[in-house]
Ligand binder design. Structure first.
Ligand SMILES: Nc1ncnc2c1ncn2[C@@H]1O[C@H](COP(=O)(O)OP(=O)(O)OP(=O)(O)O)[C@@H](O)[C@H]1O
Ligand SMILES: [Mg+2]
Length: 494
């Protein structure tokens, strides 16, 4: 390392008025080192070092307080009592040691931190990371960054995330129930709409209809049957994939009735199928029976003449598709249809340079994703969500997958999520599943998961420079996630 570089480093530390915390001791590695400190080290605390021209951010990953005087050779508590009484006030009888994880060098201008190839030499000074450095890493002042909270251990430092990366690399929000997933969705939605972004939330619990935002557009969960394709109708009528003749009947009739406006969808279809009984026999009869049996159920969410779902979107708004009164199978059909249309709309938008289709990028949120994108079952949404996970990047559709049961989520989609917000997870199977399929997570971060409280999230992936534990801002009006106080309700009605 050149002298010039070294002196620049020292100047930097003078300018920063650093608080010395301790020194590197023993053997260190490029990514880990031991420290002896003047004071107790706080887990997760950020530290700063300069060595070989690198300006490095580190984090306390283990903290030990010990004493050579009150050590574990003492077997009689009365000895300890005497010792404690006789130790002069202020005498230092403790030592503070710890392990630090080196997070990376902050020299580069890029968004990401890189671990220097050389370990910190023993004797290197270790400082408390100053706010200015933490802010430069966690709160970049660039257009694509939005605030979602503060550093858990440094509440003065804002945490901002790169929303461009959410659009291009998707996001998984995973945690046990009640830990703050939907709050984070609400927060992201509000912030994204404030910068003119478009977000579409499939709201299975009716939680987002009441968000306080000038930019809220609640959409009824209706589909126009004339706009469904053969596959979608066959699925709704429970016609298996291998029932070729039944599918042929349906195909012929969908082709022949056409949307002329003279006949209703269901009547037209029924009449047509009846005419095919001669040709297809029992197969046509089965389709007809299914249509008659399911008609009432289907009419609850199929409405003729309502048009294309993508015409219901308001650009620059939080678009909430309210699925709260919809059965799970209907919701699956609705979400899947929407996803197909959104991807199609964005493709046309990109190819036509914004003159047709959906002209600007969008973010799509699927709540209860383990229900709609399950591991071992087939669902309509699973197929359309896979297309978005695969192709969304090229066409500017970011997929946000929200789940309280990560181990129930399709692994292919899970492994395509380039960004994660993981709140508290204690179930070992969920942890193991996340570790297996989510590339950005490491064991030491997994170990943190059970210790998180409500609203505390580990952010990982491309939307942050380095993994960070964040206290997510609370969206005050998003009240419907509160646990119900059953006892007080019962007492009042008693
Ligand atoms: N960042 C936060 N700060 C403080 N409190 C929070 C935060 N996030 C959530 N909470 C509290 O936790 C409650 C539940 O949050 P939320 O509905 O977001 O959880 P969830 O993970 O979506 O739960 P579910 O799995 O049931 O959907 C909220 O009503 C709120 O009281
Ligand atoms: Mg929720």
């Amino acid at each position: 390392m050149s002298l010039a570089k070294q002196s620049r480093g020292i100047e930097a530390s003078r300018e920063l008025q650093l608080e010395l915390v301790g020194y590197i001791v023993g053997e260190s590695r490029p990514y880990r080192a031991e420290i002896v400190a003047f004071r107790p080290l706080m887990m997760g605390e950020y530290l700063y070092m300069e060595y070989y021209g690198y300006r490095v951010l580190a984090m306390v990953s283990s903290s030990i307080t010990g004493s050579n005087v009150i050590n574990n050779n003492l077997v009689d508590p009365r000895d300890i009592e005497r010792l404690v009484k006789n130790i002069r006030v202020g005498e230092k009888i403790y030592y503070y040691r710890g392990t630090i994880k080196i997070l990376g060098s902050i020299n580069g201008d890029g968004d990401k931190l890189y671990i220097p190839p050389i370990p910190p030499p023993p004797g290197s000074e270790v400082y408390k990371a100053p706010k200015s450095i933490l802010s430069s890493i966690f709160s970049p002042e660039k257009d694509m960054y939005i605030r979602i909270g503060t550093l858990l251990r440094e509440p003065d430092v804002e945490v901002r995330v790169n929303i461009n990366r959410v659009v291009s690399r998707h996001l998984g929000i995973l945690a046990m129930t009640g830990m703050g997933k939907s709050n984070l969705v609400a927060l992201l939605a509000k912030r994204i709409a404030e910068i003119g972004g478009t977000i579409i939330i499939f709201d299975y619990h009716g939680e987002y209809r009441f968000l306080k935002s000038r930019y809220l557009n609640v959409i009824k969960p209706k589909l126009d049957p004339w706009r469904l394709d053969l596959e979608e109708i066959a699925r709704l009528l429970n016609i298996p994939r291998n029932a070729t003749r039944q599918r042929m009947v349906l195909h012929e009739c969908l082709e022949s009735i056409g949307n002329t406006g003279n006949v209703s969808f269901f009547d037209g279809l029924k009449r047509c199928i009846q005419t095919r009984i001669g040709k297809y026999g029992i197969s046509a009869q089965k389709v007809l029976d299914a249509l008659i049996a399911y008609e009432g159920y289907l009419k609850r969410f199929l409405e003729e003449g309502i048009g294309d779902v993508i015409d219901k979107i308001v650009l620059g708004y939080i678009n909430v598709v309210d699925l709260s009164e919809i059965h799970v199978h209907q919701a699956d059909a609705i979400i899947s249809h929407w996803l197909e249309r959104l991807l199609e709309g964005r493709k046309i938008g990109v190819w036509s340079n914004g003159s047709k289709g959906i002209p600007t990028p969008i973010i799509v949120v699927i709540e209860e994703a383990h229900v709609f994108i399950p591991t071992d079952e087939d669902s309509a949404t699973k197929r359309s969500a896979s297309s978005i996970a695969r192709e969304g990047r090229k066409f500017g559709i970011g997929l946000v997958v929200v789940s309280q049961r990560p181990r129930g989520l399709d692994p292919t989609i899970l492994s395509q999520l380039g960004n994660l917000a993981i709140l508290r997870i204690v179930h070992p199977e969920d942890q193991a599943y996340v570790a297996k399929y989510c590339e950005p997570i490491t064991q030491d971060l997994l170990d943190e998961l059970p210790g998180l409280n409500i609203g505390e999230a580990i952010l990982l992936g491309e939307w942050v420079s380095i993994p960070t534990i964040t206290k997510i801002d609370l969206v005050e009006e998003k009240v419907s996630g509160f646990d119900i106080d059953a006892v007080s309700i019962w007492r009042k009605s008693f």
